[in-house]
Unconditional design. Structure first.
Length: 145
């Protein structure tokens, strides 16, 4: 776990949308949500980052998304995003260049959980493409009701 000093720069937006909500599968939820949160901390270099919760209507029901936004970090090139989002354990060049410790299986887990829960449509958009600065990872909050 990163030192506490790395957590002081987190801002939360939209958390009130989850007040009173239940989580269908807490273990899966933890496994799934901890990955982009951990990456935001690891790659953030102690710079501020934001977690933004959104509530949307899709197919007649409310769904929730969380974006993990590092606005001031080095962006991930689009071709790297495609490889990472493929779910085959690819570690982006930015991870190896930054000497970030990890096994590269986090997005593999995210992709697998999305597939298992019928959220394949979200896989190509997990990491926002075309950014000139920063990184934005956006995931559906599966099992929140």
């Amino acid at each position: 776990m990163p030192p506490k000093s790395q957590y002081k720069n987190i801002s939360l937006e939209g958390l009130e949308l989850l007040k009173g909500k239940q989580i269908e599968n807490p273990l899966q939820f933890y496994t799934y949500v901890s990955q982009p949160l951990g990456n935001a901390v690891k790659y953030g270099n102690n710079k501020p980052f934001k977690i933004k919760i959104e509530e949307l209507w899709q197919e007649g029901k409310k769904v929730y998304y969380a974006s993990f936004i590092n606005p001031d970090t080095k962006p991930i090139p689009d071709d790297e995003i495609d490889k990472i989002s493929g779910g085959w354990g690819y570690r982006g060049k930015n991870a190896t260049e930054a000497h970030v410790v990890g096994i590269g299986k986090g997005f593999t887990n995210i992709v697998k959980i999305l597939q298992e829960n019928g959220y394949e449509r979200d896989i190509p958009n997990l990491i926002e493409k075309g950014r000139e600065k920063g990184v934005n990872v956006r995931i559906p909050l599966i099992g929140v009701y």
